[in-house]
Design a protein around this ligand. Sequence first.
Ligand code: PMV
Length: 363
Amino acid sequence: MPVFQATTSAPVNIACIKYWGKRDNTLILPTNSSLSITLSQDHLRSTTTARADPIFSETKLWLNGKEEDIKSGGRLERCLAQLKKMRKERIEDKNPNTPKISEWNLHVASYNNFPTAAGLASSASGFAALTSSIAALYGLNTFTPSEPAVASPSELSLVARLGSGSACRSLFGGFVAWEVGSSLTGEDSLAIQVAPQEHWPTMHALICVVNDAKKGTSSTSGMQRTVETSALLQHRIKDVVPARMKAIEKAIKDKDFDSFARITMADSNQFHAVALDTAPPIFYMNDVSRSIIALVEELNRVSLAKTGHLVAAYTFDAGPNAVIYTEEENVKQIIEIVVRYFPQSDTNPFPDPFKLFAGKQPK
Ligand code: PMV
């Protein structure tokens, strides 16, 4: 009897245009489009193994070695149901001799190589890896010239979205847009690749871990509160994000770092302004985060005066950790400066030592 098991990894993605707000909480349909960069596989990632076996009496999930409850009718169940339906309709019903593994229970084990739920997009890589591992187990995403994939990455992004909105973007590498869509059932709210990583290989992300504790307000409850109470969110959705999406896509196509950086920083700041405009307000950044903003703004001010160009762009998700986007030629300088101002030491006044990883080690 063959073993039905597959393991895949999916990296974290970090948004430059932030997703914040759902218009449908069950289907996870967003109130605005968003755009992110998927980090390289070598760094922050989730790795998931999925196995189907007729002897399993129930479906089980382990996260970092600890068994998790699977909530009936919850996000995980919705993802699984969708993948089972695809396997049944697209493979098993068409090929009567194929084993009906969609009817078997699954054991799924997922591991993150970084702190979970600390504003480092663990749910994005987690649900992307879960979707792609089960898709691989079900033979949905194997692509050979003679056997095209049964489900495209954009179709699988619809499944990952049901787990965690931002997860849909981690099914692609490089620069990825998640389109807001207009359908009530969500089939046009999917991820597409704006440009592969090789298009702009000199772009780097420096992940500055300010605090790796679990965050206070989850993105789900935070978003809901913002949608219910923030007037600024309505302005953002209607008047700001559509133009920003177009402008950042152009900046990426043109490899125009100055425009990319200005838009990325403005959008991070507006996302945190919207969080503050929520009642009760939500504070994701802390004093260290704000000092990093000041440092990057100062570096850019000096660089602009000297060279006419910006050197770095900060962005913060739903937590205090900073991501600094910069181009290869500046990676070494930025790391040295950040480490000088935020040294890693036991006497550091901040709750956790400042840890720094580069997308790639500088020369
Ligand atoms: O997909 P969620 O529920 O983890 O929400 C992610 C929200 C942000 O990270 C703050 C923004 C984004 O677009 O990734």
